[in-house]
Design a binder for this molecule. Structure first.
Ligand SMILES: Nc1ncnc2c1ncn2[C@@H]1O[C@H](COP(=O)(O)OP(=O)(O)OP(=O)(O)O)[C@@H](O)[C@H]1O
Length: 777
């Protein structure tokens, strides 16, 4: 007993010693950062003292530097719980070359790095953090996690250790180191650091991270990225990088870390911005905090599909469509309908049927039929309707000229041309003509055209032989609601492309005459808008990106792919998804639209090294970090029904807590509320209650008063999110809701990190243990 206690004491003292070693290092890092901020502040004050030498631009730049440095420190102090999170101890490398981050570049140890008797000396120790910090001699105090030298921290395994002997995860809060966890990569050797044998403390940094209670926002995984994930994060940006993997394999996490990595690795190339497309606003707010914690913000925009076209069409999605309506609205068949509608909408609003003008003192008239002919000719081809107005105007003048008979009166072509031009001037100078043109060929907006499609008769005309009468009825009815759905947004964006935006004369900024006199006008942009404000404004106004990452890509409809594709016409892509979780019922049509949007068909990537398929690079993630095995096993039963033959990912841990089955008696409300309350008692973090889409509103009422740790979600909203515990309400209802219902149910069942309760209604046909039919063996 006493011996055991003594051993524990020894262990604790080694642990304390190792913690204090890391504490000293962290203190040094903070001292260095503070120094750098003082330096920057001094530079600025110095410049001010010297009477503002330098251009305003240079001053602004210096100002920005100080601002950035200050931001850095305040973030390090307040937000980065674990700014410094890793360390690797390395053997001497093959060559003696150092990389730009100050670390040796060799991956493999030098010959003789391990002595014959199995002992070795640690030649290099690297600390890994969210950003890199150099000391005053340019030696690395902290290596940025994205730097090449940090890769072994994520990649080394006992099977392929490279130079790594010990890999350490450091846990800290603010400026205090709380603990360390080590993995030994070369247990067979005895390694020494500064003459003392390398200590190894604890295990299970990953498990500790996974067991942590969930909040309503996602955390970064920078301290525990696994090797298969690291390969995706650091993959060079090929034309398209595909990442597939089951629920909980870290696809979203990997996508976010990849954005941060790409920016770090080639900031200039990605100055054009990185766009991350998320399926729902819920997932956007869940993931938004991750990038700043990785030291990245500003250059990356995370946008929900329903807000993607905000700049172009001025609205965002607030509604959902029923699966059958969504299916029509998202399909490529709508393209034909939209093209017809865009042209047909010209004739709405009591389009005038007669044009009357006076030219050369004569009254001229075009009748309905003639106007119709002119319109028809003008609309020939596929050019954007709003851009055809000048052509229509010209055709009208031609028709009037013809009517006037003036052409016949002159044989001399030069004279005729002159006459014609004064004829045109005469006509177009008339108010009647301009007013007619405005009414007859108005500038159309996507919203006006979509609103016109809400009329069932009209829509029927525009979609003849394309949509069935039942489909027309459904779509028209959905368009009569107040607000827009996520599918409407793709329609609006498509309409914007079909209609086009006529070039407008640029409005000149109002100029102060005094500024003109003093020459200050040239400096105005600097005065009006700082560089940072300008960068932020440009980011807001950006409509095309250098790299586009699509999360939950399996759900995009063909029209949504087209919308996303327009935002990355020159971009490289990362496409992240899981076919087994698709809520879209026609995956083949969507895949074809995706390839077209990405330009894959036009620029196929040549077959190359392994992993590089002819259509881009493909990766597969195989380990489920979210669900304990008990929950993953249950979900796998639905996967076998939804996508027979698909291999589920392997759950990395088990909790011993099996899912619970409850049967709703008379009152579903009562049972669900009681189960949610029970789970709130059991877990520290969040509880999600997933119901069929048509029960969203009532489910929110059921949970009233239980606090903000619990939320009600429609099955389609649960995508990508996770909770400590979930209640899945009536699997049968969710499965029957749409043709892709089983896959949606699979999503619902894979949201919990600790506990799952399934509530069955009558429709679920629960057995004596309360297990619903769909979840039985
Ligand atoms: N290497 C890791 N270390 C710690 N946590 C991890 C790691 N990889 C993933 N996780 C955690 O596992 C959970 C699932 O990750 P994520 O949401 O990215 O998975 P996903 O593949 O996008 O899932 P889904 O397809 O269900 O949306 C998250 O809580 C994430 O932080």
């Amino acid at each position: 007993m006493a011996a055991q206690a003594r051993q524990a004491d020894v262990h604790d003292s080694v642990r304390d010693r190792e913690i204090s070693v890391e504490q000293e290092h962290l203190d040094r890092v903070y001292r260095r950062l503070e120094e750098k901020i003082h330096e920057a502040e001094f530079l600025l004050q110095d410049a001010v003292r010297r009477g503002q030498v330098g251009t305003p631009g240079a001053l602004a730049e210096r100002d920005a530097q100080v601002f950035r440095a200050g931001l850095h420190l305040s973030r390090l102090n307040n937000e980065f719980e674990d700014f410094l999170f890793g360390r690797i101890d390395l053997l001497r490398g093959k060559d003696g070359k150092k990389g730009p981050d100050g670390a040796y570049t060799a991956v493999e140890p030098a010959e003789g790095a391990v002595r014959e008797d199995g002992t070795a000396d640690i030649a290099e120790t690297l600390h890994i953090g969210r950003i890199g910090v150099l000391d005053e001699n340019y030696a690395p105090l902290v290596i940025d996690w994205r730097a090449p030298a940090a890769a072994p921290f994520y990649r080394a395994t006992p099977v392929a250790p490279g130079r790594v002997v010990r890999r350490r995860v450091i846990r800290s809060k603010g400026r205090r180191v709380l603990g360390v966890e080590d993995d030994l990569m070369r247990p067979e050797i005895k390694a020494y650091l500064d003459g003392r044998e390398l200590a190894v403390i604890g295990d299970g940094a990953l498990m500790a991270a996974l067991g942590r209670a969930r909040t309503h926002t996602m955390r970064d995984i920078v301290a525990s990225i696994q090797a298969e994930q690291d390969r995706v994060i650091r993959a060079p940006a090929a034309s398209v990088t595909y990442v597939e993997g089951g629920p909980g394999t870290g696809k979203t996490a990997v996508a976010l870390h990849r954005a941060a990595y790409l920016l770090y690795q080639d900031r200039r190339r990605y100055a054009g911005g990185i766009l991350i497309v998320s399926p729902t606003p819920l997932l956007v707010s869940y993931t938004e905090g991750v990038l700043p914690s990785l030291g990245e913000e500003g250059q990356v925009a995370i946008r929900a599909l329903g807000s993607l076209a905000h700049e172009t069409v001025g609205v965002e999605a607030t509604l959902y469509d029923s699966p059958s309506t969504a299916r029509v609205k998202g399909s490529l068949r709508m393209l034909k309908v939209l093209r017809k509608a865009a042209r047909g909408a010209l004739e709405l609003n009591d389009s005038p049927t007669r044009l009357r003008v006076v030219a050369f003192g004569r009254r001229l008239e075009l009748e309905a039929e003639e106007l119709e002919r002119v319109r028809h000719t003008a609309l020939g081809g596929t050019a954007p309707v709003n851009l055809l107005r000048p052509r229509a105007r010209k055709l009208l003048l031609d028709a009037l000229w013809e009517k006037s008979g003036a052409a016949a009166r002159h044989d001399d072509p030069e004279l005729a041309a002159e006459l014609r031009s004064s004829f045109d001037e005469d006509v177009t100078g008339e108010d009647a003509f301009t007013e007619f043109l405005d009414a007859w060929w108005p500038e159309l907006t996507p919203r006006a055209v979509l609103a016109a499609m809400a009329d069932e008769k009209r829509l029927g005309r525009w979609s003849r032989r394309v949509l069935t009468p039942a489909e027309v009825r459904r779509v028209a009815r959905s368009l009569r609601r107040e607000g827009y759905s996520v599918h409407d947004i793709a329609l609006l964006d498509e309409l914007q492309a079909i209609l086009g935006t006529p070039a407008r004369p640029r409005r000149r900024r109002e100029i102060d005459p005094l500024d003109q006199l003093t020459g200050l006008e040239e400096l105005m942009p600097v005065r009006e808008e700082s560089q940072r404000e300008r960068a932020e404004r440009l980011a807001r106004e950006r409509t095309e990106y250098a790299h586009v990452i699509v999360d939950e890509a399996q759900d995009l409809t063909p029209l949504q792919w087209r919308m996303v594709g327009r935002r990355g016409r020159q971009a490289t892509w990362t496409i992240v998804g899981d076919p087994a979780q698709s809520s879209w019922s026609d995956p083949d049509e969507a895949a074809a639209a995706r390839d077209e949007a990405l330009g894959v068909r036009h620029h196929p990537v040549k077959a190359g090294p392994p992993g590089l398929s002819p259509r881009g690079r493909r990766f597969r993630l195989t380990v489920n970090y979210r669900n304990p095995a008990e929950i993953a096993d249950l979900a796998a039963k639905v996967l076998a029904l939804a996508m027979p033959g698909t291999e589920p990912p392997t759950a990395v841990r088990s909790t011993g807590v099996t899912p619970r089955f409850a049967v709703a008696g008379d009152s579903l409300e009562h049972t669900v509320r009681a189960e949610a309350a029970r789970l709130l008692e059991q877990v520290e973090g969040t509880v999600g209650v997933v119901v069929a889409m048509n029960r969203r509103a009532e489910a929110a009422r059921w949970l009233a008063g239980l606090g903000d740790r619990v939320v009600a979600l429609g099955s389609l909203e649960a995508k990508g999110l996770e909770y400590d515990a979930t209640v899945v309400v009536s699997p049968a209802e969710i499965a029957d809701e749409s043709p892709a219902g089983l896959r949606v149910l699979y999503v619902a069942l894979t949201r919990a990190t600790q506990q799952l309760t399934v509530v069955s209604g009558e429709r679920d046909e629960p057995d004596a243990d309360g297990v619903p039919d769909l979840l039985r063996d």
